[in-house]
Design a protein around this ligand. Sequence first.
Ligand code: NAD
Length: 249
Amino acid sequence: MDSGLKEKVALITGAGSQIGFGKAITLALAREGCHVIVTDIDLKGAEQTAREAKALGRKAMAMKLDVANHNEAKKAAQAATAELGRIDILVNNAGVCSGLKPFMETTEADWDLDIGVNFKGVMNCTMAVLPGMIERKYGKIINISSGGGLDGGARGVTYAAAKGAVIIFTKSIAVEMAALGINVNAIAPGFADTGFARSAPPGLIERVLKTIPIGRLTDVQDIANIVVFLASNLSNDIIGQTIRVSGTV
Ligand SMILES: NC(=O)c1ccc[n+]([C@@H]2O[C@H](COP(=O)([O-])OP(=O)(O)OC[C@H]3O[C@@H](n4cnc5c(N)ncnc54)[C@H](O)[C@@H]3O)[C@@H](O)[C@H]2O)c1
């Protein structure tokens, strides 16, 4: 079955972490035939990911991009379009969590970080790529939310709230863009052994594992597989959805 991904151009945010979802997503899209723009606040990491995508025979460029910065996102999209001609696919993957502390211990700086990167970052990058997508009447946007964005929960309240906002943003912008040939969907990953989980407090992973029916953490490849599906023509009739990928219901 032709996924329609050959020669498409994908921009992935937060793809510099060598153990994170972003790198797995980048390489999975490259394996399907996409050229990739690998972005992160960590340029060295983005360059490493881009090298591996290039080794798969694709065009790959690395760029420093802080998604929380509106103008930086705009400039990155313009530079990527100048270099590779267009952006067909955007994966809003970059994310941070200010900490798993009770709400009353959080600071305004924590809120700004959680909302600025996880929610405003998604809007910044979406707005940056949409002019080109609207012009060509084609686009696929995939937002990486979180199980916390669907369920909420104590500690990490502002992170969960920002990820919840991503889910409603996805639904709303998907309706605005549907008639223009642009699909917007989200993924809510479960707990995975990435940079995120490695900064979790001791004992948390063991406690989380007990709540997962399939008995294992989410793997980066689990997320990359669903991104490939949502970026492909196999999902053309799906808009505004958030797919939980977590081994839980
Ligand atoms: N790992 C999990 O358990 C889990 C669960 C649910 C959702 N998520 C989400 O998955 C996404 C990827 O995270 P991950 O688990 O691969 O973690 P990770 O820490 O390995 O990767 C996150 C990447 O985002 C980058 N980043 C941070 N702030 C940025 C900014 N302002 N601009 C651009 N890049 C920035 C980091 O440099 C890093 O490369 C995040 O949105 C996260 O919220 C992760």
